[in-house]
Design a protein around this ligand. Structure first.
Ligand SMILES: Cc1cc2nc3c(=O)[nH]c(=O)nc-3n(C[C@H](O)[C@H](O)[C@H](O)COP(=O)(O)OP(=O)(O)OC[C@H]3O[C@@H](n4cnc5c(N)ncnc54)[C@H](O)[C@@H]3O)c2cc1C
Length: 364
């Protein structure tokens, strides 16, 4: 394929697409290389929906989520359809106070509901205690978001696995089976494959992928009152969200899957994880049949501290480590990675995501 461009982007998941779109909008010639297809079964961005929440236990993350709204609105305007569907969000469990304090400190809208009030206002989700109501949360139509981003990237090459990247200080050469792509910079957004791809070039990116499982449950009868999103912050972190345009409700336990090799993922449901998900439905979703209507596996690209990785080494920019909570930040991260690829300084809020923090922590 011998080709030249301003920036080569590796990976056609959320981050690669968002970065390629941001670069194309800045007038740069971009080639995006994806080893399979956009949104394929083995990538971390697949599926129908994701949670957009402001509720983190760290004001920095709350503020970052607030900033992430504007680039989503721009994408919605560009593609001419809503991608974020407003839905109330209930946070509960032992971590509620920390989330409340962070939201308060960041000035994000929230309301504390006493147990009786939570039960009265949300009988369809009996949380069994006080809950923090977030009025500004949404469900993201994830598959539609990927399509909208991809539509804004003029040159996407699927079935193009990158086998190595060399940086000679003046340009990068991105190798694929069908020939090299030469570019002024490369942005690697290869999710849990990033670490192995860059190791050969001497760049260490820590990643500990896990294979998660989510389930979808169906209402027992006619759909009742609209379902809120929920997250319980405790020793376990069960969560749930309505699926846009469907009566199904999606449920999961954050960070509950086994370690995984991203190159050989078992896509079949794990009966133990399925049983846990049915137990979750029995506990929190009285209006739904606890037997899973469908289960889905999906890979998390975990960094050691669950913060993202956004950094540049020479002419190679890295966007990875999204640790199961990156979707809501996709278009914002795309802008930050595009800044780095065009030689600009990192956004001040992105500095916490440098690779240097692992060296400081002793991870080499
Ligand atoms: C079950 C589950 C639930 C989630 N829920 C939420 C949520 O509610 N809210 C939220 O904000 N986030 C959530 N996330 C996280 C979010 O989906 C991810 O953070 C995000 O989609 C990761 O995108 P990515 O582009 O980094 O990685 P990926 O989507 O994995 O994309 C990487 C791409 O790179 C390609 N690639 C790899 N190696 C090469 C190569 N050598 N050459 C070419 N291409 C290559 C891969 O094929 C892949 O398509 C969830 C994730 C999962 C799995």
């Amino acid at each position: 394929m011998d080709a030249r461009c301003d920036v080569a982007v590796v990976g056609g998941g959320l981050l690669g697409l968002a970065t390629a779109r941001a670069l194309a909008r800045r007038g740069l010639a971009v080639i995006l290389l994806e080893q399979a297809d956009v949104g394929h079964d083995g990538c971390g961005s697949k599926g129908s929906c994701r949670i957009f929440r402001l509720g983190y236990d760290d004001p920095g993350w709350v503020r970052m989520a607030e900033r992430a709204r504007e680039p989503w609105a721009e994408l919605e305007e560009e593609c001419g359809r809503p991608l974020l569907h407003p839905a109330p969000h209930l946070t509960f469990g032992p971590g509620l106070d920390a989330v409340r304090a962070a939201m308060h400190s960041a000035g994000a809208p929230h309301e504390l509901l006493a147990a009786a009030e939570a039960a009265a206002r949300f009988p369809q989700l009996p949380v069994g205690g006080p809950a923090l109501l977030e009025p500004a949360s949404c469900v993201i139509s994830a598959d539609a978001a990927l399509r909208a981003l991809a539509a804004a990237v003029p040159d996407i090459r699927t079935g193009a696995a990158v086998t190595g990247i060399a940086d000679d200080g003046r340009r990068v050469t991105v190798r694929t089976a069908s020939g090299p792509v030469t570019a002024g910079a490369a942005v690697v957004c290869a999710g849990p494959w990033t670490s192995a791809l860059l190791a050969a070039g001497g760049i260490t990116v820590p990643s500990a992928p896990t294979l998660e499982q989510v389930g979808y449950v169906a209402p027992r009868a006619e759909p009742g009152p609209a379902m809120p999103i929920f997250i319980c912050h405790g020793a376990e972190v069960p969560y749930g969200l309505p699926v846009p345009g469907s009566p199904l409700y999606k449920i999961g336990f954050d960070h509950s899957g086994p370690p995984a090799d991203p190159g050989s993922q078992e896509q079949g449901p794990d009966p133990v994880l399925s049983a846990r998900l049915s137990g979750l439905a029995r506990r929190y979703l009285p209006g739904f049949d606890p037997e899973l209507a469908r289960a889905e596996r999906c890979v998390y690209d975990n960094s050691p501290d669950e913060d993202f990785i956004v950094d540049r080494v020479g002419r190679i920019v890295i966007g990875s480590g999204t640790s199961g909570h990156g979707f809501k930040f996709g278009p914002l991260l795309g802008e930050w990675l595009a800044d780095l690829a065009t030689g600009q300084d990192a956004d001040p809020a992105a500095r916490r995501f440098s690779l240097g923090r692992f060296r400081a922590a002793g991870a080499h």
